[in-house]
Design a protein around this ligand. Structure first.
Ligand SMILES: *Cc1c(COP(=O)(O)O)cnc(C)c1O
Length: 464
């Protein structure tokens, strides 16, 4: 425990407001409040400057796997930093990036044999899009050159760079940038609670798939790839796809000669209860993007994996210009790769995936109680990903007005009770650290329950 220095604390609060522009944060509102400054982490807990402990209910934005300050991961970093911190991957190799690439190929779905590194989920997506595009330009002497566009789902989120925003579909984040984006095709999201095709829960997937097939049938000659978040559309509000949907998308892509890009940035590395979400439906994508959990929450690192078929289209003499001209300065950073490798080894050594089943069951069981809360409209769960959609009126599914900031108010209440959450609008997200104990998971549930109850029912004059 660090010694508390109230003067330093106040100084940092002032400097945070003065100098730091926080991502996805309404700064006017943020600066009205006292920022919470995290100083330490320990297992499932975040610790602020005053020594208050909070359960990390969102895995530090969906990245942490084995807990904070994990000795095995710390040791891997120290060992690597005593070798070298960085050396370029442009025309040179380094030890951890080779070992990690081999490991990733071994553990990901069959057929993915090549690894291209970058630093964030958005860049992993950007790279997948560019590879898919260039692949069709170069395949079979350019006879597919008109395949230049992408299909994505309405409500998709694939990161914040211009390319990944172009295949995104969340108006709230993306609308303002429309003039900067390239055009593509959209298919409806199978969001069964609010089916975009106006269907009942049971018919939603079928109807949405029919729309998708129609787009493919009409436009497949112009379509390079379809990009999809397998099983759960995370940022859109933990929208869980109906079972069999992903499998069917893969079949349609095969039928219409469209590559499929699986964006496993959020769902990868155990989050859905399997190592990768594609495994639930035995889907092998043509390209796969991984980031977030890859380093166990330690360092920025991402990878785009692809097949020999795609990779081979880039092989040629240097002067033929078939090369993939893309790279980031820190691509394949040895520290990131070393800690990622240690993370994957620890997942295996501790049989992390096997250990998840009782936790998934505990969450499922515990979440049934949330039906008692009249403002919880929909409860969505896949593995250790949970979305609780809060509504003004459960009968009509009428959302709260944005001015209510209902999700935000609930997470502030949870914070007072010792749990860190971050909502997506009116959807409360629970993304517990995969290594959390059953006791800690129960606490996450009970604090969340009490916080929703307090905020949605406890308002003076609400009559409830
Ligand atoms: C978070 C996320 C991204 C973007 O990852 P960054 O590392 O934040 O760039 C891309 N796709 C999905 C599905 C994500 O959840």
């Amino acid at each position: 425990m660090n010694k508390y220095d109230s003067q330093l604390h106040q100084q940092l609060i002032d400097w945070d407001k003065q100098y730091v522009w926080h991502p996805f944060t309404a700064m006017l509102d943020y600066n009205r409040c006292e920022p919470l400054i995290i100083e330490q982490g320990e297992g499932s807990y975040l610790i602020d400057m005053e020594g208050n402990r909070y359960l990390d209910g969102i895995s530090s934005l969906w990245v942490n796997v084995h807990g904070h300050c994990r000795p095995e991961l710390n040791a891997a970093l120290i060992e690597q930093i005593n070798q070298i911190a960085h050396s370029t991957l442009l025309g040179l190799a380094n030890v951890p990036s080779i070992k990690l690439a081999k490991k990733l190929v071994e553990i990901t779905p069959p057929g993915l044999h090549k690894v291209f590194y970058s630093d964030a989920g958005a860049t992993a997506v950007e790279i997948a899009l560019k590879i898919a595009f260039q692949y069709w330009q170069q395949k079979d002497a350019g006879q597919y050159r008109q395949k230049t566009k992408f299909i994505s789902l309405v409500e998709a989120y694939h990161g914040d760079t211009i390319g990944s925003v172009s295949v995104g579909g969340m108006d709230l984040y993306h609308q303002i940038f429309r003039p900067l984006l390239f055009n593509g095709f959209y298919a409806p999201t199978p969001y069964c609670y609010r089916c975009p095709c106006g269907q009942s829960q049971d018919n939603c997937a079928r109807e949405c798939l029919q729309h998708l097939e129609k787009v493919m049938e009409e436009h497949h000659q112009e379509i390079a790839a379809m990009i999809i978040e397998p099983l759960v559309q995370g940022a859109a509000g933990m929208i869980v796809a109906p079972s069999g949907y992903l499998r069917r998308v893969r079949e349609l892509c095969d039928k219409y000669q469209i590559l499929i890009i699986a964006d496993e940035v959020a769902v990868g590395f155990g989050r859905t209860g399997r190592l990768f979400a594609c495994e639930h439906e035995q889907v092998a994508p043509d390209l796969m993007c991984v980031a977030k959990g890859i380093t166990g929450g330690y360092l920025p690192l991402a990878a785009t994996l692809t097949t020999d078929e795609v990779y081979n289209a880039f092989l040629g003499e240097p002067w033929e210009n078939k090369t993939f001209f893309h790279g980031h300065t820190y691509t394949g950073n040895p520290l990131g790769c070393a800690v990622a490798l240690a993370n994957l080894n620890l997942i295996e050594k501790n049989d992390l995936i096997g250990s998840l089943q009782p936790k998934v069951a505990l969450l499922e069981e515990g979440l049934t109680k949330f039906h008692e809360l009249v403002h919880v409209g929909d409860i969505r769960q896949k593995g250790l990903m949970v979305g609780l959609e809060l509504v003004q009126d459960r009968e009509t599914r009428q959302p709260y007005s944005p001015q209510e900031r209902i999700g935000h108010r609930v997470i502030l209440e949870a914070r007072r009770r010792g749990l860190i959450l971050r909502p997506l609008g009116d959807v409360l997200v629970l993304m517990p650290i995969l290594s959390m104990s059953l006791d800690e998971l129960e606490q996450v549930l009970s604090i969340t329950y009490a916080s929703i109850k307090q905020v949605t029912e406890g308002r003076p004059g609400s009559g409830e």
